[in-house]
Design a protein around this ligand. Structure first.
Ligand code: HEC
Length: 93
């Protein structure tokens, strides 16, 4: 039992201290490539001047996810936002 408690608290610490907890950019890249988001966003590039906070970025990803029925769950939206932020937006979060 003591071992189990230790294990649980160790994994909790891992999750909490892991900076990618807010979203995993690698997973986000695969999702983004699979959903072919660039079929529109090549002609209409991601624009950090317009989407200038991390909240707006998450909201925009969520908006396109819903409109296109990509079917992403919240954690997947967070992954894609993390990927787009790393690659294009570079917003603090
Ligand atoms: C059918 C075309 C289309 C596709 C496909 C599409 N989007 Fe969009 N996206 C838009 C439009 C239109 C806007 C709104 C642009 C505006 O308001 O000026 C937008 C806005 C955005 C923005 C904010 C844009 C900015 O300038 O910062 C993000 C982020 C975004 N989309 C992410 C995605 C993601 C992720 C996907 C893949 C699931 C995706 N989009 C697929 C059309 C598309």
């Amino acid at each position: 039992m003591k071992k189990l408690a230790l294990l649980v608290s160790a994994s909790l610490t891992l999750v909490i201290s892991n900076p990618s907890f807010a979203g995993n950019p690698e997973a986000g890249k695969s999702l983004h490539d699979e959903a072919n988001c660039l079929r529109c966003h090549t002609a209409q590039p991601y624009n950090p001047a317009k989407t200038n906070t991390y909240e707006k970025l998450v909201a925009a990803v969520s908006f396109c996810n819903n409109n296109l029925n990509a079917g992403w769950f919240d954690d997947e939206v967070a992954d894609v936002a993390a990927y787009l932020n790393q690659k294009y937006y570079k917003l603090p979060n």
